[in-house]
Design a protein around this ligand. Structure first.
Ligand code: IMP
Ligand code: MG
Length: 180
């Protein structure tokens, strides 16, 4: 049986404590900005699967205003560390007249968030804002109007805290750069 001898090292970027502190700051900002929402019409977090699921779970618990959650599945990366240039989007959402906050793990070229935003806007939400844990501005090819950013990161391949490489490293509690 052949053995995969590839060894990946990870350069630490953000610790558990740093991530937790930053998320509580974002949760407070969101709670302040959306204080117009009510129990009858709560803020709707739409989590971009799969990478944002751990971030969204922690973020949701720092938000103090009425807030619901739903999910959209997007995949733009295959097995390599480069964008495939096309995005597959799957959802079963109903968002007309809702205040929507898209929760994404990483905005890289901007293609994924641009395509998701266009699809959601066509469904006529009351408002649409974007929150991303990580922003890679140096990789941007498509403009993205981001309201809440956890951390600005270099144009490197990041893993951990829900973010994977070929389904590996999602369970790492902190964030780091994957060295190949
Ligand atoms: P974009 O469409 O180029 O902005 O890519 C966005 C998506 O690609 C993100 O939501 C991630 O799922 C994935 N992605 C981009 N950069 C990385 C990375 O450094 N690590 C893991 N996934 C990434
Ligand atoms: Mg993503």
């Amino acid at each position: 049986m052949s053995e995969n001898k590839t060894i990946n090292t990870i350069t630490p970027l953000f610790s558990v404590e740093v991530i937790e502190k930053r998320i509580s700051e974002i949760g407070k900002a969101i709670s302040d900005d959306f204080d117009m929402v009510t129990q009858d019409c709560p803020l709707l977090l739409i989590v971009v699967l799969k990478g944002a699921f751990i971030f969204a779970a922690d973020l949701l618990r720092t938000i103090t205003i009425p807030c619901g959650i739903d999910f959209i599945h997007a995949s733009s990366y295959g097995s390599e560390k480069t964008s495939s240039g096309s995005v597959s989007i799957k959802h079963n959402l109903s968002i007309t007249d809702r205040h929507v906050l898209l929760v994404e793990d990483i905005i890289d070229t901007g293609l994924t968030i641009q395509q998701i935003s266009a699809e959601l806007i066509s469904m006529k939400p009351a408002s649409l804002s974007i929150c991303t844990l990580l922003d890679k501005p140096n990789a941007r090819k498509h403009p993205a109007d981001i309201t809440y950013t956890g951390f600005v990161v270099p144009d490197a391949f990041i893993v951990g805290y829900g973010i994977d490489y070929n389904e590996r490293f999602r369970a790492l509690p902190s964030l780091g750069i994957l060295n190949s």
